[in-house]
Design a protein around this ligand. Structure first.
Ligand code: HEC
Length: 129
């Protein structure tokens, strides 16, 4: 009796694990990122608030001279960071750089949207979500 129950528990755990694996795969294949943020709304926010430093393609605006320069949002260095890390960076900004904290002007939802849009730079430049 107790053995059977052990088996059932094991099955449930395995099913849960494989379910997680499958759903992660699905997200990667679709190139969808950042907790289902809306990339269309994200693009609007990007154009209004981020483009003047990060440029239309995320590689940095022409003619801007900041020290340090705006991060190349298409780079592996940025794109390989976890969603949570990038969310925090946009939310809190980066001390001693021109990258300000956007939590005062953007809602959490808007930050997820703009982050979802930022993720599309990675898909376009290196084929990796
Ligand atoms: C006033 C210029 C400016 C604006 C506007 C700006 N950024 Fe930045 N951003 C920077 C700079 C400078 C850095 C690089 C800081 C560094 O050297 O790490 C940066 C870094 C970043 C990074 C990379 C952080 C990391 O982990 O390396 C992300 C992501 C980012 N910005 C997103 C955004 C988004 C999204 C917006 C619009 C909501 C935005 N930025 C608006 C200047 C700006």
């Amino acid at each position: 009796m107790s053995v059977d129950r052990g088996k059932v528990v094991l099955c449930v755990v395995l099913a849960g694990l494989s379910g997680l694996g499958l759903s992660n795969l699905g997200v990667k294949e679709l190139g969808v990122a950042a907790k289902g943020g809306d990339p269309v709304s994200g693009r609007e926010i990007y154009v209004n608030t981020c483009i003047r430093c990060h440029g239309i393609d995320g590689k940095g605006a022409l003619g801007i001279k900041l020290v340090p320069p705006p991060a190349d949002l298409t780079s592996l260095a940025v794109q390989s960071r976890l969603d949570g890390t990038l969310f925090r960076r946009i939310h809190e900004g980066k001390p001693n750089t021109a990258m300000g904290a956007w939590k005062h002007s953007l809602s959490d939802e808007e930050i997820w949207d703009v982050l979802t849009y930022v993720r599309t730079f990675g898909v376009e430049s290196n084929g990796q979500p």
